[in-house]
Design a protein around this ligand. Structure first.
Ligand SMILES: Nc1ncnc2c1ncn2[C@@H]1O[C@H](COP(=O)(O)OP(=O)(O)O)[C@@H](O)[C@H]1O
Ligand SMILES: [Mg+2]
Length: 246
């Protein structure tokens, strides 16, 4: 099975080419990091993978778990197991965490033709996961992200990830603007839930995050394409001398 293969992808916005003949292959269980200067197209790539329709796909192919991803909408992709963690999580007043996550998980299970989970069992499962992340049971009764502190929003995001267990998670600069404690929540959360079935694409500016997560591959993106691929030492090189060598 092909897990994720991006082949000669070209994307533009308002006639301007943002992703330029982009190629990337990610296997099941791998963690890839993409670094690159502002404006190189990293967020565009993340959004195109998740299914945001504001972008014009000129050509190319994205295969995910043997599905032609570009034929699927944002919801269908989420059900297949793609999860985009936002840089700034949105507050959703009036939408309570517990029923929301319950419905989301059941919709995924249904899509996989698996048995849905009842409210009581789900509440138990959620409490257990929340405990592992030091999330209080009071927080589970609240509306999504509404009035949450920065650190709480991060915790909630990791909780959502652990409940839905997405096969492919994209973090788009989830670390920017985080203090050391929040950064720890994110990295510990990823390290706790990563397993050989799930893959990650981590977009970041900081070596520090990658030191904690230890990606299998690091790529440098510039002007809409990957200009260099390597291992974690590439991140140290960037930390030292910036992007001028690429
Ligand atoms: N919605 C948009 N409308 C117009 N231009 C955009 C839009 N989103 C991104 N761009 C442009 O696309 C380029 C790449 O942006 P982006 O993908 O956000 O880069 P990065 O995440 O690497 O900083 C930038 O020149 C940016 O101005
Ligand atoms: Mg960006």
């Amino acid at each position: 099975m092909i897990f994720l293969n991006i082949n000669n992808l070209n994307v533009s916005i308002d006639g301007k080419k943002i992703i330029d003949n982009f190629n990337l292959n990610i296997n099941q269980g791998e963690i890839h990091a993409i670094m690159g200067p502002n404006g190189s197209g990293k967020s565009t790539l993340a959004n195109v993978l998740a299914g945001n329709e504001d972008y014009e796909i000129i050509s190319g192919k994205i295969i995910f778990k043997d599905h032609n991803l570009l034929d699927l909408n944002i919801e269908e992709r989420a059900k297949l197991g793609i999860f985009l963690a936002f840089q700034y999580p949105v507050e959703i007043p009036g939408v309570n965490i517990t029923p929301f996550l319950h419905a989301s998980l059941n919709s995924k299970l249904k899509n996989q033709k698996k048995e849905e989970i009842d409210s009581l069992s789900f509440a138990k499962l959620l409490r257990k996961k929340a405990e592992e992340l030091s999330i209080s049971s009071d927080m589970l009764k609240r509306s999504i992200n509404t009035g949450f502190s920065g650190g709480e929003k991060k915790r909630y995001e990791i909780l959502q990830m652990s409940v839905l267990n997405p096969e492919f998670t994209i973090f788009d600069e989830t670390d920017s603007g985080l203090d050391v404690d929040a950064l720890k929540i994110v990295t510990e959360g990823i390290n706790k839930f990563k397993n050989k079935n799930n893959s990650y694409l981590i977009i970041t500016h900081y070596q520090k995050l990658l030191d904690y997560i230890k990606p299998d591959f690091v790529h440098v993106m510039r002007n809409g394409k990957i200009v260099k691929s390597g291992n974690i030492s590439l991140a140290s090189e960037i930390e030292k001398s910036g992007y001028k060598n690429f």
